[in-house]
Design a protein around this ligand. Structure first.
Ligand code: ADP
Length: 471
């Protein structure tokens, strides 16, 4: 569970340990080297400078008189001791002062650096540095024979302190890196863990679960996408449940009527006459209608409805449906009329589906318009799109009635599946609450749009806009 945190923190730590360790090692090594170099009188440049200065001094014609002061000025390290003899071997200069006048043989220094002036040896220079004096104080290897400086205790301590500081600093750097590494990796792994938990909750069916995250980076975006996926799943699940409940409810009414009528016939309460058999037939017709509507809706919603598109004349389609609706309108005393311009462009539609749309709108209008009312079907082209409702040039069909109208609070929902305005629910006059949902799905499958306007008590108008060019 926590392995990603430790993998990332471990990787960061490893990088820091390697780089800090390497830096500390290199700094320590170069400090030792530089320090030894600083202490060492074996630097040839250093020796050459002293040699040249002594040659210059001698060449000025004074011989070695007063050379002691010059020799003292040549010493750059407190560890160095310079000893100068004349050509006979008598010590005429000593930066430590206590061998002056003695012969070099008494001291036992070797490895002289001859000071040669005009081809003659004017004297010899000896270098002694205290690094070559062991703890008992006796001289080990006088002169500058080796390039490796043997350090005295104070110098060793100095180097050790430098080294210790380096390792302490390295340790602090590693500790800080570990702390920051864990902190930073937690920033990455916390949203990942939250997402994992979210996915587990969704898998368990807790679709209302949402991932909480404050990060605005890619992981924050991922969490947001996850949440919107979860809310679509939630909505789909709720709509599936609602639909199942609605279907069960819609099936129950006709089945109860059929069952009750048949039971009554079996018990001899009803005679199996034409009246009761037609009541059963009416209910089975209602069931068939419901099942057909459900099939259409589910095909359209899943995008599997196959449209047989062909250029069609909308006036012809409307005429056909008006002719069929005329009988019912006449029976109710409703006036039907069509308003259409002389010339209308053809639209590429599935004629049967659009006829079904027109039929649904007409049958609703007839059902909700009282006797003496009127229904007007209008056709027009909209070329100045995008306008109020339409985004592209379209053919607009409207079915306007002078009926009861739809209360404003219901208007936004009338195209939803099984949605019925309360007053008409109780009537149970063959309505399934699917008519307008089918209209919407069919029109949208054609790339069009359906909407309604209504004024309660005055009437309603339903609009469908079908694009003039497909795509
Ligand atoms: P149904 O098949 O039950 O009529 P619809 O989806 O066709 O269902 O309609 C949904 C609701 O819209 C209905 O309950 C109805 O009250 C209301 N409705 C539809 N058309 C009209 C109309 N022309 N006038 C008034 N109300 C209407």
């Amino acid at each position: 569970m926590r392995s990603l945190t430790w993998k990332l923190a471990g990787a960061l730590l490893l990088v820091v340990i390697v780089s800090v360790g390497l830096t500390a090692f290199l700094v320590s090594q170069s400090t030792i080297q530089e320090f030894q170099q600083y202490l060492s009188p074996c630097d040839t440049t250093y020796l050459e400078v002293i040699e040249n200065n002594l040659i210059k001094y001698y060449s000025q014609g004074r011989g070695w008189n007063g050379v002691q002061a010059t020799l003292n000025s040549q010493v750059i390290s407190r560890n160095d001791r310079l000893v100068l003899t004349d050509s006979s071997g008598t010590i005429i200069g000593d930066t430590a002062n206590n061998w002056l006048g003695k012969h070099i043989k008494e001291i036992g220094l070797d490895s002289p650096i001859p000071i040669t002036v005009s081809g003659k040896t004017a004297g010899n220079l000896y270098l002694v540095y205290y690094g070559h004096i062991d703890q008992r104080g006796s001289m080990m290897t006088p002169g500058c024979m080796s390039s490796t400086v043997v350090l005295n205790v104070a110098e060793e301590n100095f180097l050790n302190r430098v080294n210790n500081y380096l390792w302490v600093i390295g340790f602090i750097a590693v500790a800080v890196a570990l702390f920051l590494g864990v902190l930073l990796t937690r920033q990455i792994t916390l949203p990942v863990r939250a997402l994992t938990k979210g996915a587990q909750q969704i898998a368990k069916g807790k679709l209302a679960y949402r991932v909480k995250t404050r990060s605005k980076d890619e992981l924050g975006e991922l969490a947001q996408s996850f949440n919107s996926m979860a809310s679509s799943l939630d909505k789909m699940e709720q709509s599936r449940r609602r639909m199942t409940a609605d279907i069960a409810h819609e099936l129950r009414t006709p089945l109860t009527v059929i069952e009750g009528t048949v039971d009554a016939m079996l018990d001899g309460v009803f005679k199996p006459d034409k009246e009761h058999l037609s009541a059963i037939k009416e209910q089975t017709a209602q069931l068939t209608r419901l099942i057909n509507d459900l099939r259409d809706i589910s095909l359209a919603e899943s995008g599997q409805m196959k449209l047989e598109l062909s250029p069609s004349n909308m006036v012809d389609l409307v005429h056909r449906k008006l002719t069929q609706a005329k009988v019912r309108a006449f029976e109710k005393g409703i006036q039907l009329s069509l308003k259409a311009p002389e010339q209308l462009p053809e639209v590429t539609v599935d004629a049967a589906r659009i006829e079904q749309v027109i039929a649904n709108l007409l049958s609703n209008a007839i059902r909700h318009t009282p006797s003496g009312g009127s229904i007007t079907v209008s056709l027009q082209t909209i070329t100045n799109a995008p306008s109020h409702q339409v985004e592209k040039p379209s053919l607009l069909l409207s079915v306007a009635d002078t009926g009861e109208g739809i209360p404003h609070e219901h208007l936004p929902y009338i195209f939803d599946r099984f949605y019925r305005v309360e007053s008409s629910r109780s009537k149970n006059n063959g309505e399934t609450g699917l008519g307008l949902a089918i209209v919407k799905q069919m029109v949208e499958a054609h790339g069009g749009k359906a909407w309604a306007e209504s004024e309660p008590g005055k009437g309603s108008a339903f609009y469908i806009a079908l694009p003039l060019t497909t795509g």
